[in-house]
Design a protein around this ligand. Sequence first.
Ligand code: PRP
Ligand code: URA
Length: 210
Amino acid sequence: MNYPNVQVLDHPLIRHKLTLLRNRNTTHRDFRQLAEELAGLMTYEVCRNMQTRPHPVETPLELYEGQELENEVTIVPVLRAGLVMAQGMLDMIPHAKVGHIGLFRDENTLQPVQYYCKLPASTPGSDVFVVDPMLATGGSASKALSLVKERHPRSILFCCIIAAPEGIQVLEREHPDVKIVTLEIDRELNEYGYILPGLGDAGDRIYGTK
Ligand code: PRP
Ligand code: URA
């Protein structure tokens, strides 16, 4: 299946770390670290086309005609699981601002329930990365993108670790203007809305809540 809005990042290191992440025997501590590392690798690629502007600095020896990122970056994790991805991205872009969107999926209806939204005042001028490891039915991602769009950012990208075809189709229908970057597209959802083969419940695996 070809999804025009989706970029899948394929790299030997990503394949290696993603396999460790999916392993049911991976500990919470290792899971958190791997998810952060994967988000860091993803950052390298999603920043590829960012504009830079001249930023001259003095080295100890002479003037250097350097560069700096031109636009403000805002990372918006979808709580809870998005927090580890945000940390991995912040390791690469420490000057980025961070917004938070709190959503959980009602386990009966699978609909997202919002409990928090705090975005930087400067969001309208910012390149925004909305981050959440799992794109399953797409309900949470679609809601998060709608909340960010109310602030009219300069650009917006949805970054996840694993995407299900069902969620991609929802985002392509409801947010056709938003590019999705993922590390892998999985096969399908099961009857409870979990991604197969997936990695289980990302929030529970990160925080050890089950
Ligand atoms: C998970 C995940 C996404 C959502 C994806 O969060 O981190 O936010 O499910 O599912 P969807 O595409 O069907 O909406 P969850 O609702 O479990 O909340 P949590 O991170 O607080 O555990
Ligand atoms: N949320 C998760 O954490 N995992 C899934 O497989 C689906 C939704």
